[in-house]
Design a protein around this ligand. Structure first.
Ligand SMILES: Cc1cc2nc3c(=O)[nH]c(=O)nc-3n(C[C@H](O)[C@H](O)[C@H](O)COP(=O)(O)OP(=O)(O)OC[C@H]3O[C@@H](n4cnc5c(N)ncnc54)[C@H](O)[C@@H]3O)c2cc1C
Length: 549
């Protein structure tokens, strides 16, 4: 495809030139509606004010609420005790999906809302969200083929599918998706859902909240919260310096995920009945099992399903498990029993058995589910529940239970609806704005991902194609803030390994709250799978030097 740089770029960025890079290299914000970073003296000054909302927790739900509220002209404070998305929100299966299996638990409200969200979220973040096709093989002795087809018919028609292709039936003896499978499934069904870079979705929500004026503080932990004179007084500990400070807010949101009960009873000392059920889910990552780009959803004999998904070019992601968890959510790790379960479940379908020795990496997370009394962990509702504690003449507290990444935006809307009697300053005309406005770097839905990559290839002809593609996947139109006016890769180096440059690391530290090797290699990216030990050491030394500058 021939692209005319000037003409194709106009309109993509509105009135701005395609790549407004003159004189701004490397880190001046120039695109989108980004305001300049809030400086620390201003933050110090703002601690005297009463915020409209204070939010505990920088996972997807906390940052989603912060973004929505800040865009409604509310003053917002959010504290996260560790890094953004360091809790459950970086340990998901990374699907924006209706949840096919929830149909069998009759969770139609949840499935419909989630199905509608797929294309909305893809539209506002087309860099970090993209469509996938899932192959569901029929398995003799498990659910009959007609039940699978009926379920997928409902899935296709329950709500919101306009751009994603519908279900089709596959002959697995001839279709390429049958090639890596054992010959015992001759029929399968292929349907649509979407992928999301989960931890980046959290960071982008936090960035957009900040761009709308919210104060976001990572490494800041809520120590206590007390109602005082119709407002909340919070004591916040800066985990980096050991210093604490107080802030005041008219309303308080407890979005602490698996720590929601701990925050309620230990920090807020509230009487809200904390009904949380912590359910562990683990994944394994193995070398790429097959060449095509489709995913599998496999039924197991225990009634559960697992996914096998192409992951980070060279790998396949397999998960997940479901088991009650009673320990500290910070320390959750995969058990031998879960490893054996996932290997056996995948080997039931793949012709080449998966064995524990194949595993390159594992990760585990804890679902902070609302405890609806279900007998098995896999049957506990995935829907969200919002509990409002608002005694007369006292500042309200809203606690969030459950939810999915897929429904975070609707959860945020529901949370603000619940708090609306206490937020008279909220701009009503902005209700629903988060589904219509792109997240940072995602303002190219009309252009499309591949064309944006092509435009950057034109602008940066001397750069490796895989480098440009990875940057556009992570940063969309904000890629320009990393590449700036560089003409060769040397201009953004040195490189630490894979395609990670010092320019990218500086960008992450300046604009995305990255403070450590772990933040960069396992949450802002998954380059941790590729960097060697000495490269990680060099990165660590670079970060330390940058912090001391
Ligand atoms: C294995 C697994 C697979 C999943 N797969 C999917 C999927 O494919 N699709 C999907 O839609 N959903 C999926 N989910 C669900 C989804 O990941 C979660 O519902 C969601 O991430 C929960 O987000 P959260 O913001 O509530 O919690 P979290 O992400 O855990 O955020 C809570 C934050 O609060 C912080 N915090 C706690 N206490 C304090 C304090 N005192 N002060 C300051 N901060 C504090 C924590 O550090 C944490 O970062 C999956 C979940 C799991 C476990």
């Amino acid at each position: 495809m021939e692209l005319n740089k000037t003409e194709d770029c106009k309109g993509l960025f509105g009135q701005q030139d395609c790549f407004p890079i003159d004189g701004v290299f490397p880190f001046t914000p120039t695109l989108g509606n980004a305001r300049v970073l809030i400086s620390s003296p201003l933050e110090a000054h703002l601690t005297d004010q009463i915020y409209d909302i204070a939010i505990i927790g920088g996972g997807i739900n906390g940052t989603g609420i912060a973004r929505d509220a800040a865009g409604r002209n509310l003053s917002v404070y959010l504290c996260e005790q560790d890094d953004l998305a360091s809790g459950t929100s970086s340990w998901s299966t990374k699907l924006i999906h209706g949840g096919l299996r929830y149909l069998q638990h009759f969770e139609f409200r949840l499935v419909r809302e989630a199905l509608i969200e797929r294309e909305i979220l893809w539209g506002i973040a087309p860099h970090i969200i993209w469509p996938l096709r899932f192959v569901l093989p029929y398995h003799r002795g498990l659910r009959p083929a007609w039940i699978l087809r009926l379920g997928l018919f409902i899935y296709d028609h329950l709500g919101g599918r306009k751009k994603l292709p519908p279900t089709r039936t596959l002959d697995l003896t001839s279709d390429i998706s049958g090639a890596p499978l054992k010959g015992n499934s001759s029929i399968g069904f292929e349907y649509s859902d979407c992928w999301v870079e989960d931890s980046r979705l959290v960071v982008l929500n936090a960035m957009d909240a900040r761009d709308h004026g919210a104060i976001i503080e990572t490494k800041h932990k809520l120590i206590s919260a007390d109602r005082e004179e119709n407002a909340w007084k919070l004591t916040i500990l800066n985990q980096s310096t050991g210093q604490s400070k107080s802030i005041r807010a008219a309303t308080l949101v407890n979005a602490a995920g698996p720590w929601v009960a701990d925050v309620l009873s230990g920090k807020i000392r509230s009487n809200t009945k904390a009904k949380i059920r912590m359910v562990q889910g683990s994944h394994i990552v193995v070398p790429r099992l097959y060449e095509h780009d489709r995913c599998y959803i496999f039924q197991n004999k225990d009634g559960r399903i697992i996914f096998a998904i192409p992951y980070e070019q060279d790998f396949t992601l397999i998960g997940t498990t479901d088991r009650d968890y009673l320990g500290d959510p910070s320390n959750v790790t995969i058990s031998q029993e879960e490893i054996d379960y996932l290997c056996a479940a995948a080997s039931e379908y793949f012709s080449k058995p998966i064995v524990p020795n194949d595993i390159i990496w594992t990760y585990s997370g804890v679902r902070p589910l609302y405890d609806d009394g279900a007998s098995k962990a896999q049957e506990a509702t995935r829907d969200y529940v919002l509990k409002l504690d608002a005694p007369t003449d006292q500042a309200p507290l809203l606690s969030i239970f459950g939810g999915k990444i897929t429904t975070y935006r609707r959860l945020a809307e529901a949370a603000l609806e619940k708090l609306s009697p206490y937020l008279p300053h909220a701009s009503e005309s902005q209700t629903g704005w988060t589904g219509k406005t792109a997240l940072p770097g995602g303002d190219f839905e009309r252009v499309g991902f591949q064309k944006l990559v092509d435009l950057y290839h034109l602008q940066y002809p001397n750069f490796r194609k895989e480098l440009i593609k990875r940057l556009v996947r992570a940063y969309g139109t904000k890629t320009v803030m990393i590449l700036g006016n560089a003409t060769t890769e040397e201009d953004i180096g040195p490189f630490f390994g894979a395609t990670l440059s010092s320019s990218e690391v500086r960008y992450l530290m300046a604009h995305e709250w990255a403070m450590s090797v772990h933040d960069i290699l396992w949450r802002r990216s998954k380059l941790g799978l590729q960097l060697k030990a000495h490269e990680v050491e060099a990165l660590e030394a670079f970060i330390t030097a940058e912090q001391q500058r």
